[in-house]
Design a protein. Sequence first.
Length: 454
Amino acid sequence: MPQYKYLLDEKDMPTHWYNIMADMKEPPPPYRHPATLELMGPDDLAPVFPMELIKQEMSAERYIEIPDEVQDVLKMWRPSPLYRAVRWEKALDTPAKIYYKWEGVSPPGSHKPNTAVAQSYYAKEEGLAGLATETGAGQWGSALCFATQLFGLKCKVFMVTISYHQKPYRRVAMETWGGTVVPSPSSETKAGRDILAVDPETTGSLGIAISEAIEYAVTHDGFKYSLGSVVNFVLLHQTVVGLEVRKQMEMAGDYPDILIGCAGGGSNAAGFIYPFLKDKLTGDKPDLRAIFVESTASPSMTRGIYAYDWGDTAKTGPVAKMHTVGHSFIPAPIHAGGLRYHGMAPSICALLEQGVVEARAYHQNAVFDAAQSFAQTEGFIVAPETAHAVRAVYDEAMACKESGESKVIVFNNSGHGHFDMAAYDAYHRRELPDYELEDEKIQKALEELPQIPE
Ligand SMILES: Cc1ncc(COP(=O)(O)O)c(C=O)c1O
């Protein structure tokens, strides 16, 4: 009988996060100030983020200790299981060996609480009253409401309008965990009002919701801003995923040939991939492949340019060097709300530029074919974001079938899709809204990038 899953004990949980900055040959350049475009120091970031997180953002230490209080909460669902996709392999008739890490076991249903818990802990330690944030599909907002509640903090969530209407029960989940949720753009902030004045019917974007959350945080006493992806400290917190998988792959007696994760801002994929990528950067595993999978609706890595850009639409957040389709680009209203971000984590972009990792994009229609085939064999109905990774695994498994190679493919199954039934319903009825590849719109948005002083 095959072994289906590899389980760790609570005592095997990582005690330190892994910081890839220590092993990158050339780390990404520092952030620039959103108004002056000059280099940004810790004090410039202090009104926005708790200081401990700013220190982590700028740290070059290889390992950073996970506070006991954070580990204690993570133990509610961690370590998470690693599965071998025995039935899916069989259905695909592939010689590939497919494994997946299952992050859908957290109470909100995804990897997002791995950083929400840490961010809430540091906010509490700093004496804050609450955190404000954006959310796309609602996974991140749910995670932060869940975590802030456990630490006795308030949570204000700006949820991208299209997702607010596509996934109404996500709002109810966030409210159950004590959060306050408004559709974004809203009339509660200047950033929101300005956008609504130009386009009252806009479907919103993550870039706009980030602007609103930052504005709310800096104008409300005791509040700071919390971000669910993109920045170094978020990717750092997510490395608990990959550190656990390393131990689980040892239990399985295999080492990955190909690692795959979906990427909105890049946090789940990086958290899963970086602890293995260390082996490639240090020369131990030069042939290891890592694939970050994005949506063709917001194709920053595959059709954007590598340049400095603002992290948000209203140009109030830090300016980062990254692959971007432009901060003013509003992606098509696909169901994978978490993949509608205009940029990508600067560390992933630097690794992509350096040829260490790969990027790939899929159209919404293609990803649900793979997610359905996965659900019908492995049982788990994955989030639309995760479905992008599942599609890439499918293609790699099929390439193995063609070549006869028995590669070890491991992917991060970042979350369940239980609040995303409208997306699966639309797929079954062949009513998923189609969209064009919006190269012209991207070119226009790219004309608005900042001019960085030398
Ligand atoms: C289940 C799931 N996977 C992936 C993502 C993409 O985010 P990231 O690239 O930060 O992991 C999201 C974001 O909302 C998500 O909810």
